[in-house]
Design a protein. Sequence first.
Length: 382
Amino acid sequence: MKRRVFLSTAAMGSAASMLAAPAIAQAAPQVSWRLTSSYPKSLETLYGISEQVSRRISEMTDGGFQIQPFAAGEIVPGLQAIDAVSDGTVECAHSLGSFKIGADPTWAFDTSLPFGLNTRQTIAWLYYGGGRELVNEFMAKSNLWSIPSGNTGAQMGGWYRKEIKSLEDLKGLKLRIAGLGGAILQRLGVVPQQIAGGDIYAALERGTIDAAEFSGPFDDEKLGFQKVAQHYYYPGWWEGTANVGLYVNLDKWNGLPKHYQAALEAACSEAMSHCIAKYDNGNPDALMRLVGSGAQLHAFPDDVLAAAFAESRKVYEEFAASNEGFRKIYDNWSAYWQKQQQWLRVAELPYDFVTSGQAAAASAAQAPAAPAEAPAAEAPKN
């Protein structure tokens, strides 16, 4: 009797597993995507997020969801990556929304605005200030879904063949620059050029452009700008942060099982944390190497910064007056920016000011004393 019960129970278990297997398979289909990056493989951090997301999504789904990354130019040129996703050529891309401001300045909100939120503030706005909802509502018109996936932190102001001593020195300057910073600098006499990262060095070397900004020391060193332009400026006020989005074709996104969507969001969030950490870790040493190899470090003149800030707010108000989509996001973003500056002045800025000041004082105290000046040689006597 017990043997019959055992066999009956075993048969029922086997049948149940046969029924369950198709259900599991159906819930976890095999998905294969292609990801095109706007960056060359030489930029190990910006291109690296594509490799990291691809690896992690495979690990999190037991190989059910595969994403194959491609560098800029392997499928489409870097500046065409977002369009390739929108039209379905590829399923997703790592890029900057600011590359698309020529079509609509509203794209800039997914990357950064000049004299805007810093990195932590941007992440807070996107996830908790209503930013992602507003950005993705705008992106849906282009059949896109954007996921924050990387960030450079505050950037440098770029490499210049000649020193910038005043606002007057910007007149006629051909500068490679992405985002709304170009629209602002154009009003100050600059001739902005939009060139993909992998093509900047050649343009600067040939003299097609007079100056170029890209990111910060860790990336700029790899691209070799110090070999053809020695004056290195800060701060990169046009990109106090730069959010790199994973732009996903909206139809493909909606077709993913919910747990694949959740896995992709998690993989992108992890990649962003690692991206910021890698830049914070790599930039200090890279800057010291650049200065040691002859780069001349300069702060932008006060009149340049003051004029650029004033012009930035004029530009935003003009866009908002003529562009309903820009206005909708700008009203939210602007109020959030004001609130964040109040908090920044209370805790973050004073803390950074004190610690950096103490570090500078300690460094000066530890520096070896300058050698005594040798006496001047006497003139020969007649």
